[in-house]
Structure formats: structure tokens, C-alpha cells
Ligand binder design. Structure first.
Ligand SMILES: *Cc1c(COP(=O)(O)O)cnc(C)c1O
Length: 396
């Protein structure tokens, strides 16, 4: 329901429902689980293929359920259009390929992007010679120079799992010198907590497998554009082929209906647990945008409405204590992924970021003892009890 006058809670509650509202139509969008659509007469087919009419021909080109899911995500981010994909990685490949069209210069990014994104970029470099320039934004002179010579820019803020923040407005300002499009991976923040288009970013990408769906039962992605999609953008999406099926798009829309409600609880639990961990004697350091640690309070205040529910921390006992901690958790699940209703814990160095060479992991400050916690929406007391007993066991 695309009506910017309505609050995000309202738009979420009606996500994907029948906008026309005529009688005898299903309120929920039907699942169009079909690879093909009748073309009708040759004249009607001609209208569809020439783009004169908005009909459907084949699900890789477009599907009513899938397109509705894309509209919902474009609405939440405040973008003009969106395309949905079969995974977050497919969304990144699509956005990078579209953003680099007719551009010279490398893709500029930073250490500490999600492990799967890192692996994808490395694969593209090794196979097709994609030029990637990885620069640490904590060295502002080099970062700004890289931005000013970029073909396109990819940032992830907060970054997963180090929770480092990058100033979106400043990144855009430097990249504008050569009109390099800026892509922001907004998976961790979500549009409830941060809207990169407010800072004039050009593209937003998502793994919808995470908070947007929130039910840990599908893999999907989205590419959102601030300006309307061009024919070339659509051509990239269609031909890369990362099509999502109608059932997963439908499930994603069902997830969106509780998205705002879930995010409120995620934010409350995330803030409470980050503060609690920071006060524990076993804990060396907590990385969380809401703690103002790492000297990043200014960026958090400027661009994030709320700090979210993903955090990472290290124990004084290092890697062995981290392993004992994880093995002692009872309620919090030892699993990869994030953003579901259930709380999850992992050691990124041994799981999601395993594919990174040791050197890149060090550059991204992902130590063997780093624990990532995706705080769910359970009762805070139950979560604290589980964390407390695991922390006690970790130092035994
Ligand atoms: C999970 C994730 C991805 C990749 O998404 P998939 O759906 O697993 O392909 C990309 N970026 C971030 C920040 C993620 O957390």
C-alpha cells in the first residue's frame, strides 16, 4: 500500500494486500505459482513484448506476486522502484552490474563487508577481472580519494559482524564528484532504522532472508533504486536470472506485515542486551551502534533512527571462552543468519566469514573469539538468563 502519508506500521500491516479493494477479490495477493502466462492473441502478445501493456509472459521477466513484493520493499525504503531476487547475493550481483554500466573505474568498497559479499566480489575479480578497490574508511584521506575515482561504491553500514558505521551522506558527497553510484547494503539496519535514500544513496540492497522476512524460512534479496529503474537495469535483472519464486515472494510479504512491530521489539531487546553485556566482567568489548563505542556516536545520531538488534562482542578469555560460551547456550540458537524472531549466536571466523583469507579477516578485525549475536524478540528476562549462565560457564 503505497501511501507516504501512512505510518510505516500501517503500510506494513497491509503489505501486499489488494490495493484496488474491489468486492469478491482475495484480500491477500494470490500466489501466482506459474512459470508462464497466456499471451492471448498475437496482437495482445505484441503489446506485452513491446512494453505497451503491462502483461506477464514468463516469471523470469515478471510475475504478479513477485512484483508486488518488490513494490512493498520500494515503498519501505522510499525508493522509486525495486527488483527482488532469489538471494541477497543475487541482489548484490544485480546492483553492482547495473551500477557499473557505462562507468570506468573500480568498485570501491571497504574491509568488513559481509563474508558472502566478499567472496562474491573476489570471484568476480578472479573470473572476469572486476576491479575492486578495498579501502578502510578509517583512513579518511585514502577513502575520499578512492571515492572520487570510483566507478561505483558499495558500502555496508552497520557492517556485519563488526558493526562499524560509515557516513552515508559523506560517502555520497565524495562519490558525486565523478557521479559514481553509491550502493548501500541496508540488510542489518533495515528501513525501519535507516533509510539511505534520505542521504541520496543511489541503490539499496537487501538480503530479505533476514529482518524483512523475519521468519527464517526463505532466502531472498532486493535491489531498490532511488530513481526509476532504466530499461538496462531491468535487462540486467532479467538476464542474470536470480528470479525468486512466487511462494517465497508471498512468504516475504507475509513477513513484512509484522516487520515494524518486530523491529520495535528487536530494537528494545538489542539495546538492553548490548548495555547488559557491556557491564559484565567477562566481556572485553561490545560492538553495537547504540553504545557510542568506536567513536561512532556522531554517525549513529545522524543517520540511524534506532541501533537495531545485531551486535558482536569479545570475551576476555578469547577464542576458547567464546567456544565454551556458545556451547553452553540453551535458548539462543547456535546458527548462522540473522534477523529472525529467534535469537542466534555464531563465531563469524568459524562460520559466515570462514571463506575469507586470514589476512582479510584481520583487516576486518574478525578475531577467532568474536561472537555475533542476532537478538530476537523473545522475553528479555529469558534471554538474559541464558546469556548469564553461558557467560559464567565461559570463564570456568
Ligand atoms: C545475509 C547477508 C547477505 C547475503 O544474503 P543471502 O540472502 O544470504 O544471499 C548480504 N549482506 C548482508 C549484510 C547479509 O547479512
Amino acid at each position: 500500500m503505497r501511501n507516504p502519508r501512512l505510518a510505516i506500521d500501517t503500510r506494513c500491516a497491509h503489505a501486499g494486500s489488494d490495493v484496488e479493494g474491489t468486492a469478491n477479490r482475495p484480500f491477500q495477493v494470490p500466489i501466482a505459482q506459474s512459470s508462464l502466462f497466456r499471451l492471448g492473441t498475437s496482437a495482445e502478445a505484441e503489446e506485452i513484448f513491446s512494453g505497451v501493456s503491462q502483461g506477464f509472459a514468463y516469471t523470469r521477466f515478471g510475475n504478479p506476486t513477485v512484483d508486488r513484493f518488490a513494490e512493498c520493499i520500494a515503498d519501505l525504503e522510499g525508493g522509486s522502484d525495486a527488483l527482488v531476487t532469489s538471494s541477497g547475493n543475487a541482489a548484490m550481483l544485480c546492483a553492482v552490474t547495473a551500477a557499473l554500466a557505462n562507468r570506468s573505474g573500480p568498485l570501491v568498497t571497504h574491509p568488513g563487508i559481509y563474508g558472502g559479499s566478499f567472496e562474491l566480489l573476489r570471484l568476480l575479480t578472479e573470473t572476469y577481472g572486476l576491479a575492486v578497490n578495498t579501502v578502510n574508511p578509517r583512513d579518511p584521506a585514502r577513502w575520499h580519494e578512492a571515492l572520487q575515482n570510483a566507478g561505483a561504491v558499495l558500502i555496508e553500514t552497520p557492517s556485519n559482524p563488526q558493526m562499524r558505521l560509515i557516513d552515508i551522506a559523506e560517502t555520497v558527497r565524495h562519490a558525486r564528484r565523478t557521479k559514481a553510484p553509491v550502493i548501500v547494503d541496508n540488510t542489518v539496519a533495515t528501513p525501519f532504522n535507516q533509510r539511505p535514500f534520505e542521504w541520496e544513496a543511489d541503490w539499496v540492497i537487501h538480503s530479505t532472508s533476514k529482518y524483512l522476512n523475519g521468519h527464517s524460512d526463505l532466502i531472498g534479496g532486493a535491489v531498490v533504486k532511488r530513481l526509476p529503474l532504466t530499461d538496462h537495469d531491468r535487462l540486467v535483472h532479467k538476464n542474470l536470472g536470480g528470479t525468486v519464486n512466487a511462494i517465497d515472494a508471498w512468504l516475504g510479504m507475509r513477513g513484512l506485515r509484522t516487520f515494524a512491530l518486530r523491529m520495535r521489539q528487536h530494537n528494545l531487546n538489542g539495546e538492553a542486551i548490548a548495555a547488559w553485556l557491556a557491564g559484565r566482567p567477562e566481556v572485553q568489548v561490545v560492538h553495537y551502534p547504540g553504545l557510542g563505542s568506536d567513536g561512532q556516536r556522531g554517525i549513529k545520531e545522524r543517520q540511524m533512527r534506532h541501533p537495531g538488534s545485531l551486535l558482536s562482542f569479545e570475551l576476555k578469555g578469547g577464542e576458547q571462552a567464546a567456544i565454551r560460551f556458545i556451547d553452553r547456550l540453551r535458548l539462543i540458537v547456535h546458527a548462522v543468519s540473522l534477523g529472525g524472531m529467534e535469537s542466534l549466536a555464531t563465531r563469524p571466523a568459524g562460520s559466515s566469514h570462514r571463506g575469507m583469507p586470514e589476512e582479510a579477516r584481520r583487516a576486518a578485525s574478525i578475531s577467532g573469539g568474536l561472537i555475533r549475536l542476532s537478538v530476537g524478540i523473545e522475553s528479555l528476562d529469558d534471554l538474559l538468563e541464558d546469556l548469564s549462565s553461558a557467560l559464567c560457564a565461559s570463564s570456568e
